[in-house]
Structure formats: structure tokens, C-alpha cells
Write a protein that binds this ligand. Structure first.
Ligand SMILES: [Zn+2]
Length: 405
């Protein structure tokens, strides 16, 4: 039977980059290449209800063992696409055996995975590290998760392990924020689930940001600069005044942990008109609402200075923290914590400073925390997975099944 890292090496070689500028579903047709392979492998190993939809979602079930049909149906989810941020084509995985605790030099593009950037590597001495070659990402995010779920399925079908129904799903377009767009919770069939889309083995994450965004248009008054006194309103300068009214310390570069932020992630303009785009984030919904209030007050202050309608701002709500919903089903997170602890690993529960597909699913009624995959350095050439930790992640999944019976 293949180990998880061996599957990851195979899946990493299938190019599945998603595209944030595409409106197609899935955003890139190449994601079907891996989805079809997974569909085939699930059928060959004997999974039931194997379906590949025309939206590139793969669903399958591992039937309950005898007498376990009434037990909780546990789901596991991972995504097939890799980040548009870096090349994922022609990935050449390399195994670094018996790791010596030093920087890992990649053969191409003078790239080095340094211990100072990834201090967790210090604890991996003697283990085997899987990397790409320097010119591409590896695709651990999220093919490590896929590999671990596939090993789990094989083991449940081939070994004598009592378990309830296990539901698995592989989805497209997580990296472009569209991973749950066509996800069918009913067809998936689980009572609760886990996304395997995190970092280190032992990660059990049940908190993420609440999100909102603000699209701002500033209307200026343009006249010849030589005769502009008391007439010209320069939209770009007004935009800068607006930004100056937001708390200077509440930006991504100055916040961590549970601290939220205002992030100006785009602007363009001229004297006539300026457009700005912000994202607002906070783990605490009340604090996100306060940030929205601060934003609206800043807009009102500018309109007070320059006249009503100078600044228009549209605030749009985004994803929600899954914490509140997961607190209603504490057993889901607790099972993952116990399964992790029983392997001698201290669970890592650091809140995500972003969103997950699990957050959307949780808030749509399917409780779904996120688990680590034994990987790090996502979305770039430093991405790596620890071979032995991937095996441990499979043990965590088996432990969860035991804990939830
Ligand atoms: Zn991911």
C-alpha cells in the first residue's frame, strides 16, 4: 500500500492551478485531471457512491463496517487546486532523507528553505522532508490533505478497523475563494466533517476571521491647476485623507493573533475620481462591526469637509468565523483534540488569520474545523511536507473515527 507522501508525489505532478480571473466553473479545466484520477482511484479501491460532478467536485463514501451503520457519519474534505500565486506546472518533488536540521538548498533558482524562516524544521531532524525543486510550489496545499484522506480510505477498506460511514469530498477552487460554491452538503452526506487544509500535524483549528470589504469611490472636481484655487477637489488627495482617518496600527503588517485590521488592498485614481478597495477582518464579530462603524464615520467626516456625495462607500459582508457554530457542537473539535493528544502530540489551536472552506460549510450547517497536513510554506517554492508527519496525520483521522463512534 502506498504511503501518504508517495501519493502526494504523484498528485503534485498533476498541474491544477486555479485562476482568480476566470468566471468558469471550475476556474481552470485542468483541475479535472486530478479529480478524474481521484475518482478512478476511489472506484478501484472499492469506495461506494463515487461521483465526479460537472463542477469538478468528487464525492465518495466508505460504507460502515457491520453493526456500525447507525454511528455518526464523519466527513473529510480537501481541495484539488493549487494557488495562482506561484507556478504549479511541471513540479519535480525531491525527498530529503534523514534531515540534518540545516537549511534545505533547492537545486533550481537559488532557493533555500531556511530554518530561520521555518523554525519548526528544527524539530524534524532525522525525518524525511519532501520539497519541490525551487521553480514551482510543491502543492502540499492541499494535495497532502488529499493524499492523507486517500490513505485513510484504503486502510478502512483493507484493514479490520470498525468505523461508521466515512464521507470524503475533493473540491476545486479553494484558493480563489470559490471552493464551496457548488458543494452539495446533502450529497456529501456527513453529519460533521474536517477540512485537511492546515499546516503542522496536530493543528485543530476552529476559529477564523469574520470578513467584510469596502469599495470606495471618491469624486473630485477637476479644473486647470493654474486657476484651481478654491475650486479643485483632487480625488487622490481626498482618498489619502480618508485613509489617514483609519487607525494607523490596525493594518496587516502591524497585527497578529486575534488583532483585526483594515487592509487597503488596491487603489487607482486621478484628480477626477479615485477608487479604493479595503478588506476588514476580525475574529470577533462585534469588533468587525466596530471597524465598519469607524469606516463609515471616516467617510462621513470627509463628506462633512468636502460636501455630501464626495465619497461613496459600499460595505459588503463576507465569510464568518466558524467558532460560534462549532461551539454548538463541541464534540466535533474535542474528538480531533483527543485523537491528536493520544498520539502524544499537543494540539495547535492558533486561530486562522483568514477564512477556510470549512468556515463556509460550518455556517451552512455542516460543522467543519480544519486539521493540519504535516506541511508548511504554502503558496510558494518553500512549500514542504514532512513524510513521517503525513503518516501521523492519517493516524489522527483514524483516531477521530474511533473517538466519534
Ligand atoms: Zn489550501
Amino acid at each position: 500500500m502506498e504511503r501518504a507522501y508517495e501519493k502526494l508525489i504523484r498528485y503534485a505532478k498533476v498541474h491544477t492551478k486555479s485562476d482568480e480571473n476566470s468566471t468558469a466553473t471550475p476556474s481552470t479545466a485542468i483541475q479535472f485531471d486530478l479529480a478524474k484520477l481521484l475518482e478512478k482511484e476511489l472506484r478501484e479501491m472499492g469506495a461506494s457512491d463515487v461521483v465526479l460532478t460537472d463542477t469538478c467536485d468528487v464525492y465518495a463514501k466508505i460504507p460502515a463496517t457491520k453493526g456500525m451503520e447507525k454511528k455518526a457519519k464523519v466527513g473529510f474534505i480537501a481541495h484539488v487546486d493549487t494557488s495562482p500565486d506561484f507556478s504549479g506546472k511541471n513540479v519535480k518533488p525531491i525527498l530529503h532523507e534523514n534531515y540534518d536540521g540545516k537549511d534545505i538548498v533547492l537545486p533550481l533558482c537559488n532557493r533555500v528553505i531556511s530554518v530561520s524562516d521555518f523554525p519548526a524544521l528544527k524539530e524534524k531532524v532525522g525525518k524525511t522532508i519532501l520539497t519541490a525543486s525551487g521553480d514551482t510550489l510543491l502543492g502540499s496545499d492541499d494535495k497532502a490533505g488529499i493524499a492523507e484522506i486517500m490513505v485513510l480510505c484504503e486502510r478502512l477498506l483493507n484493514e479490520d478497523i470498525p468505523h461508521g460511514t466515512v464521507c470524503v469530498a475533493f473540491t476545486p477552487d479553494e484558493e480563489v475563494g470559490r471552493g464551496t460554491e457548488s458543494f452539495d452538503i446533502g450529497q456529501f452526506g456527513a453529519d460533521f466533517a474536517y477540512t485537511l487544509d492546515g499546516g503542522a500535524v496536530g493543528e485543530v483549528v476552529s476559529e477564523n476571521f469574520n470578513a467584510a470589504s469596502a469599495s470606495v469611490t471618491v469624486h473630485g472636481v477637476n479644473v486647470h491647476p493654474g486657476s484651481a484655487k478654491d475650486i479643485m477637489v483632487n480625488a487622490c488627495l481626498v482618498a489619502m485623507e480618508l485613509n489617514a482617518l483609519l487607525p494607523a496600527g490596525a493594518i496587516p503588517a502591524k497585527t497578529t493573533g486575534y488583532e483585526g485590521f483594515f487592509h487597503l488592498n488596491g487603489m487607482e485614481g486621478n484628480v477626477e475620481q479615485a477608487k479604493l478597495h479595503y478588506i476588514l477582518r476580525d475574529h470577533d464579530l462585534k469588533k468587525l462591526r466596530e471597524k465598519e462603524k469607524v469606516f463609515r464615520s471616516a467617510v462621513a467626516a470627509i463628506n462633512g469637509r468636502y460636501g455630501a456625495g464626495t465619497v461613496e462607500a459600499k460595505i459588503k459582508e463576507g465569510y464568518r468565523n466558524m467558532r460560534e457554530e462549532l461551539d454548538k457542537h463541541p464534540e466535533v473539535v474535542e474528538a480531533a483534540m483527543r485523537a491528536t493528544e493520544k498520539l502524544g502530540i499537543t494540539p495547535i489551536t492558533t486561530p486562522i488569520r483568514g477564512g477556510t472552506d470549512g468556515a463556509n460549510l460550518t455556517n451552512a450547517g455542516l460543522p467543519c474545523p480544519n486539521l493540519g497536513t504535516g506541511s508548511a510554506g504554502f503558496h510558494g517554492p518553500m512549500e514542504h511536507s514532512v513524510v513521517e508527519d503525513m503518516d501521523l496525520c492519517v493516524e489522527v483521522l483514524l483516531g477521530i473515527l474511533k473517538e466519534t463512534m
